[in-house]
Design a binder for this molecule. Structure first.
Ligand code: DAH
Length: 351
């Protein structure tokens, strides 16, 4: 029986050492030293062995079991090492290899304009604010003196949100930046010198309209603010942004949230405001010497009231218009506004 045991040991250790993977090691483990393995079944014959020899054979069987176990542990470690070695080889990084250059982008032409407009106004003490671009009807219309069902609202081709209605009405995707006016007033800090530049949305899409665009809204509220201040600020902006030779004019208009209201024109850069070229032919750009920039006016007392401001003590002016439009008026030559947001790198890389 001792020979049989020794033969079993030799066979088992040989098989374990040759095992090619963990599965093979496990099979050998079960086969030789498992509960129903060969060593166990051999030991069952111990009953037939002479009583005096039993302790010796028992001790031998134990020693053999330990040897086989040791061989199994060793083989397992070897296999693990081989696996890690192969992994290391496969995933080795050659740090001397030249890297892949990350393409460097740059800001969008409209973002450049937004930053430039911000800088121009910050120089004279205005601060850029942030207000929601999805807002309640109350801030977008109602508080701006445009009650529900007022026909003036039709001009703002509004997207409504599919969201629950609150005391402040429905939620809209802001069709203009004027929603910031009453929001800013309600902060309760005076004077206000706000420049709010944000995304706006309207249900329009054609060569001169995109459903998402940007506007900037100026608001100045203090004691004794007059139209003269509005003119001064507009002149300053126009000279900074378009050039020192440009001048503005205010044309009477109507907005529900300003009284009086104006449209602001700037002198045409092509004909210098004359409306004609050297030979007296009508200017092709403007036809009449002026280009329309946007809306402005003195803040309506009803709007000040909605903002919690005493209209007898304070007054203010506001203005607002589109960033994209302003870029085009300065000379950005595109024949379809929608190209700005098509993510076409051939176009965007030019700026
Ligand atoms: N919110 C107006 C629009 O989108 C523009 C505007 C007009 C803004 C007059 C003003 C303003 O602040 O005083 O057409």
């Amino acid at each position: 029986m001792q020979d049989q045991l020794n033969a079993l040991k030799l066979e088992a250790i040989q098989i374990v050492e040759k095992a090619v993977d963990e599965g093979a090691v496990e099979n050998a483990e079960i086969k030789y030293i498992g509960r129903k393995g060969e060593l166990t079944s051999m030991l069952k014959q111990l009953a037939h062995v002479d009583a005096s020899e039993r302790p010796i054979i028992g001790a031998l069987a134990n020693a053999i079991k330990q040897d086989i176990e040791a061989a199994i542990i060793q083989r397992r470690m070897q296999l693990e090492d081989e696996k890690m070695g192969a992994l290391g080889e496969r995933e080795r990084v050659d740090i001397t290899e030249p890297g892949v250059r990350i393409e460097q982008g740059h800001m969008h032409v409209v973002t450049h304009a937004v930053n430039e407009i911000t800088d121009i106004f910050e120089k004279i003490g205005f601060s850029r604010t942030r207000h929601p671009e999805i807002d309640w009807d109350y801030f977008a219309f109602e508080s701006l003196n445009m009650p529900a069902d007022h026909p003036a609202r039709d001009e703002w081709e509004t997207f409504f949100m599919d969201a629950p209605v609150s005391m402040r009405g429905r939620m809209v995707m802001t069709p203009h930046t004027s929603n910031a006016q009453v929001r800013e007033m309600q902060k309760g800090v005076l004077p206000i010198r706000m420049i709010n530049i944000a995304k706006c949305y309207r249900r329009q899409s054609d060569v001169s309209h995109v459903p998402m665009f940007h506007q900037f809204e100026g608001l100045y509220v203090d004691t004794d603010v007059s139209i003269t201040h509005l003119r001064g600020i507009l002149d300053y902006f126009v000279k900074e942004f378009f050039g020192s030779d440009r001048v503005t004019r205010l044309r009477p208009f109507h907005f529900r949230f300003t009284e009086p209201s104006f449209e602001i024109d700037i002198s045409c850069g092509a004909c210098g405001g004359s409306g004609a070229d050297h030979d007296g032919v009508k200017c092709k750009i403007c036809k009449r010497g002026w280009l329309e920039l946007g809306g402005a006016g003195m803040v309506h007392p009803a709007v000040l009231k909605a903002g919690g401001i005493d209209a007898k003590k304070y007054s203010g002016f506001a203005f607002g218009w589109g960033v994209e439009r302003t870029c085009i008026m300065r000379g950005l030559k595109i024949d379809d506004l929608r190209i700005l947001y098509k993510n076409d790198l051939r176009f965007l890389k030019q700026f």
